[in-house]
Design a protein around this ligand. Structure first.
Ligand code: ADP
Ligand code: MG
Length: 692
């Protein structure tokens, strides 16, 4: 495999543009991409033509405006390049067609921001993310807006948040005498996923309809031996990963790290970080291709946050940093962070923003699937806190307490193996339990769910950082003693927001009580997390930074709640169907076999039918009866769910989910009582160890 040759071979990348575009056109386009200058529409024709020629040379016959409606997935509608020319055709892509498209928008979620009768929506080219050819179609990344200009997607607000951050960060940096053309957010999302064999997947209605198992007694062997994490890859998995890497590379995705994760059948892929917008698009493509490539290998890729109860779920660690066009990472502490005024100010701004807008940050990762991780027995918890590590933690402590900071030197590691090289040990350990951890020169936000778009948390991170930078600028601009004022302001921020810093075990039982004492939010369900968005100060944040209008915030909150309610309703209905049509009849069949056996034994001799036989039959019979009763109770509760996004979501979280848990509890017990031959679908061991 010649990787440099494969890499980006399907992408209309910088090198191709440079070679195929007139010099002036290329220069103008680069200014838009690199510096955020408005696109000069007069160059669109030339770019479109070059793009089309290149795409056709790659075998493309169609093009599509590729966009990200509010569904976590991408959307596409393909048009061919053909244009009648007499009774023949020519291949054409005009500048206008490159720049705008008009898909019928009426069936995409809009959260009430667009009446169904007003179906018009527009897609508009995003030149900052490269176009590519996939399966015979040229994909043009676009934003998606309504006829009245409201954003209907995740890309437009992401780009707006990046612009806000760029503006505010540059202004702040100027006070430090640093001039730059652009400050960009960089993102590296680590993606977790499960792989199971196609043959077992197809026998599970719940996996097919909801992406997760709604039933399943725990496997006798789960993850307790801790032998899967970083374990040797099975050949079939390794072949899948190799194929996936090559595929992703061809689309210019920087796939870098791959390994087995903690749970059996769980794996991870991490890319090299890149600009937030490109990283989000790349992650959408990664999720899509993970599933497609799996099919080629007779596998199914599960991206749900909690495909299996009782073992780890999947998340997506969002590594986030800020960097200038000259390559200065604003979250790089350098050798002596304690005397790095700029770094300490930026750090304090981020800490303050996370504390102030913790509700918004929590809401940005809220979904029915992710509720099984956050706020359940699994980490990270639903409480937002910041982990700084030993070194920065000690510096911040010293500032807040007004003590002198005594630096701890990084010691050369002596591991007692003479053949092994000496290496410096980091001054900071990692803390896997923290939802928002400083990891060297970036923050790692660990609450994001595995199937969610990476856009949402980054929109929030960028927007709140922009606001904090803007506040800092207002406080520091024109200060006579800039250094002194800056230190004072940093100390003030750290003191005010000290409660958000937590350097210990976030999984510990004491943390919840401690967090409550500190007044931190702990919204365990989506139904409770989303309404935070509608608090006055949170709406103001988005409006002030030009990321969302008030109407758009309401629309997004509505969509998130609607989505949550719909997801749980589908799950509950699938459960009802599986009980009534699969589990209950199968258990009855087993019961009838059991009773026939007892009758047969009795026919031979009364003594042969033991207490054990009778006990088992009674147990199975009574549990199956209880299962049907619990299912009917769930059905009744479903019928009684009130209308309206807010009320419905509350009913889902606090009535339907507990009723589903009860159905599951009984069914899982029945599974352990029923003979394998009678159980209607593959069990946890069948699913988790399906790949040999
Ligand atoms: P791990 O956390 O698994 O030990 P790393 O810390 O090396 O691994 O990187 C994890 C992820 O963080 C990778 O996707 C990497 O590209 C990303 N990352 C590293 N530096 C930055 C940065 N400055 N901005 C954003 N993401 C980054
Ligand atoms: Mg990590």
């Amino acid at each position: 495999m010649n990787v440099p040759e494969i890499f980006a071979s399907n992408v209309f990348h910088d090198g191709v543009m440079k070679n195929s575009l007139p010099k002036e056109v290329y220069r103008s386009l680069r200014e838009t991409v690199d510096e955020g200058k408005p696109l000069d529409t007069s160059i669109a024709g030339a770019v479109a033509n070059a793009m089309k020629d290149w795409a056709v040379s790659k075998g493309a016959t169609h093009y599509t405006h590729w966009f990200q409606p509010l569904t976590n997935l991408t959307a596409e509608k393909h048009d061919s390049f053909i244009e009648p020319d007499g009774d023949r055709v020519i291949m054409q892509l005009t500048g206008k067609r490159l720049i705008v498209g008009e898909p019928d928008a009426s069936s995409f979620p809009s959260g009430g921001s667009r009446a169904t009768s007003a179906a018009r929506g527009y897609t508009a080219w995003d030149p900052t993310s490269p176009a590519f050819v996939k399966e015979g179609t040229l994909y043009i990344p676009t934003i998606f807006v309504s006829y009245t200009g409201e954003t209907l997607d995740k890309k437009a607000p992401l780009l707006k948040s990046m612009t806000a951050l760029d503006l505010q960060a540059k202004r702040l940096l100027k006070l430090f005498g640093i001039g730059c053309r652009k400050v960009a957010t960089t993102v590296g999302p680590e993606q977790e996923y499960f792989l199971i064999d196609e043959s077992v997947y197809e026998k599970r209605k719940d996996l097919m309809l909801t992406g997760r198992t709604l039933f399943g007694a725990p496997s006798v062997r789960g993850q307790e031996l801790e032998d899967h994490y970083f374990g040797a890859l099975k050949t079939r998995i390794s072949e899948y990963m190799r194929d996936l890497d090559a595929t992703l590379w061809s689309y210019g995705v920087f796939a870098k790290t791959k390994h087995n994760e903690v749970a059996p059948a769980q794996h991870e892929l991490a890319p090299v970080f890149t600009t937030a917008n490109v990283a989000v698009d790349a992650n959408q493509l990664t999720m899509e291709l993970m599933k497609k490539v799996a099919k080629r290998h007779g596998l199914v890729c599960l991206l749900h946050e909690k495909p299996f109860e009782g073992i780890n779920g999947s998340g997506k660690h969002n590594n986030w940093s800020l960097s200038t066009d000259s390559g200065l990472n604003l979250l790089d502490p350098g050798e002596n962070p304690e005397s790095n005024t700029r770094f300490m100010l930026i750090l304090a701004c981020v800490i303050a923003a996370v504390d102030k807008y913790q509700g918004v940050l929590r809401a940005s990762v809220a979904s029915a699937g992710n509720d099984h991780r956050l706020g359940a027995d699994e980490a990270p918890p639903a409480i937002i806190s910041v982990y700084l590590g030993d070194q920065l933690g000690a510096i911040v402590d010293s500032i807040v307490m007004g003590r002198e900071y005594v630096p701890k030197k990084a010691v050369p590691g002596s591991i007692g193996v003479p053949e092994s090289p000496i290496f410096p040990i980091d001054t900071t350990d990692r803390n896997r339990t923290s939802p928002f951890a400083f990891t060297g020169n970036k923050f790692e936000f660990r609450m994001l769910g595995s199937q969610a778009s990476v856009a949402d948390p980054n929109i929030v991170l960028n927007t709140m950082a922009a606001q904090a930078f803007s506040d800092a600028y207002e406080a520091l601009e024109g200060a006579k003693d800039f250094e002194g004022t800056c230190r004072e302001y940093t100390a003030k921020l750290l003191k005010e927001h000290y409660r958000i810093i937590f350097n210990y075990n976030g999984y510990g039982p004491d943390w919840e009580a401690e967090a409550e004492r500190r007044g931190l939010l702990n919204n365990k369900t989506t139904a409770d997390a989303i309404p935070e968005l509608l608090k006055r100060e949170n709406i103001d944040l988005f409006v002030k930074q030009g990321v969302y209008t008030e109407k758009e915030v309401y629309a997004r909150a509505n969509i998130a709640l609607e989505n949550y309610t719909k997801t749980i309703r589908i799950e509950a209905k699938t459960m009802v169907e599986m009980v009534k049509r699969d589990i209950w009849p199968s258990v009855n069949a087993y019961l009838s076999a059991l009773c026939s056996a007892i009758a047969a034994k009795r026919a031979v001799s009364e003594k042969l039918a033991s207490d054990a036989d009778m006990g088992m039959a009674e147990k199975v019979c009574s549990r199956n009866d209880a299962l049907m009763k619990a299912t009917e109770k769930l059905e009744k509760a479903l019928r009684e769910v009130p209308a309206g996004e807010l009320l419905a979501s509350q009913a889902m979280a606090h009535t339907i989910v507990p009723a589903m848990n009860e159905v599951r509890r009984i069914a899982d017990e029945l599974e352990t009582l029923t003979a394998s031959a009678y159980w209607p679908f593959p069990t946890y061991p069948d699913l988790l160890y399906s790949v040999k």
